[in-house]
Design a binder for this molecule. Structure first.
Ligand code: ADP
Ligand code: NA
Length: 323
């Protein structure tokens, strides 16, 4: 299993955690899991070097703090494993220009780009993502809706390489997790929670008091009953989903517990649940950041193991290509 996350923010948010990263923790028991902080993807748009370096380490510290265990999975930083860039070049040469041009995420992202500089890296990013996955012969890749087209390209590239060059690359499949929550914005529950909207996002490393306040001032719906009804009551339903995910109590259990109570009671309790989650999490993160040598050791070990697998795959690809 391969999965990556970009170090593009100072903190992961509740949507990242409940929608993706928590599943990473679960999957490390059943899979030979490769978890990668994809710093090379983060330079497809303008970036600040010092900030990138800082955010990469912050990302790793947060992954360790949520329970990614370097003894049970391979945790590493993409740029530490040069085979990612090396395989990308080969894959770019196997990708049609028209094929790459059809990637809707590039169209969206390049259209949104404020500066007039749209990099070639942003355009070829799906080939790098394909390399990430194929290097580890991953057969399971947890992907959200927005990455499906890129996974399809990855599958096509693996099949193309295999049929043209007699390769044995693994054709990956999407892994649809059983229980990942889609978390909505606290101020606009019709949109998904995202780091680009400061008001409605709970950042895991934010001051717990501020996050509690964001929960207490979340937009709710008219009426007063606490029921899960995403269509009719998107605000309350979102809070119930967060509450359920963080506490392990099912939504029906919560509905029963809050029968006859008000929105304010639910928010107050959820705010406490959140504070109880982020407070020890933040302590753990600080612990990892306070010991840079240990963090370096963890990453060196991860990169070493990742490289041993990646180099094997690259050798096969190079043989097939005629290098
Ligand atoms: P990236 O560019 O690395 O995909 P995102 O912040 O968009 O960055 O997402 C990282 C991961 O978190 C992805 O797997 C994505 O599906 C998940 N994610 C992001 N926002 C939410 C959300 N509001 N609810 C559930 N999952 C989310
Ligand atoms: Na494992």
């Amino acid at each position: 299993m391969f999965s990556g996350i970009q170090p593009t923010a100072d903190s992961f948010h509740l949507g990242n955690y409940l929608g993706a990263l928590r599943e990473w923790v679960v999957m490390q028991d059943d899979y030979d899991a490769f978890y990668c902080v994809v710093d090379q993807h983060a330079i497809t748009i303008a970036h600040d070097p010092a900030e990138l370096r800082e955010r990469t380490r912050l990302s790793v510290a947060q992954l360790l703090a949520i329970g990614i265990d370097p003894d049970r999975s391979t945790l590493f930083v993409q740029s530490h494993v040069p085979e990612h860039a090396q395989l990308t070049w080969v894959l770019e040469c196997l990708t049609g220009f028209g094929e790459a041009s059809r990637m809707t995420q590039f169209k969206d992202k390049s259209a949104r780009q404020e500066e007039d500089h749209v990099s070639v890296g942003l355009f070829t990013y799906p080939a790098l993502m394909a390399a990430d996955i194929l290097l580890y012969r991953a057969d399971a890749v947890p992907v959200g809706e927005d990455q499906r087209q890129h996974l399809e390209l990855t599958r096509n590239l693996a099949q193309r390489f295999n049929s043209r060059f007699g390769g044995t690359l693994t054709v990956p499949a999407a892994h649809i997790p059983k229980e990942t929550a889609k978390i909505q914005d606290l101020q606009d529950p019709s949109a998904k929670m995202s780091k680009s909207v400061p008001g409605g996002v709970v950042e895991l490393l934010d001051e717990p008091k501020r996050s509690a306040k964001k929960i207490r001032s979340a937009v709710t719906d008219t009426g007063r009953e606490i029921v899960h009804d995403p269509e009719g009551k998107p605000g309350i339903s979102n809070l119930l989903a967060i509450y359920s995910s963080l506490s392990g109590r099912t939504i029906p259990e919560l509905q029963a517990a809050y029968e006859g109570k008000g929105y304010g009671d639910l928010k107050k309790d959820l705010a406490e649940v959140l504070v109880d989650f982020v407070t020890p999490f933040q302590e753990e993160v600080r612990g990892y950041l306070d010991d840079p040598a240990e963090l370096d050791r963890v990453l060196a070990r991860g990169a070493e193991h990742a490289r041993s697998v990646a180099a094997d795959t690259l050798r096969e690809v190079y043989d097939g290509i005629g290098f």
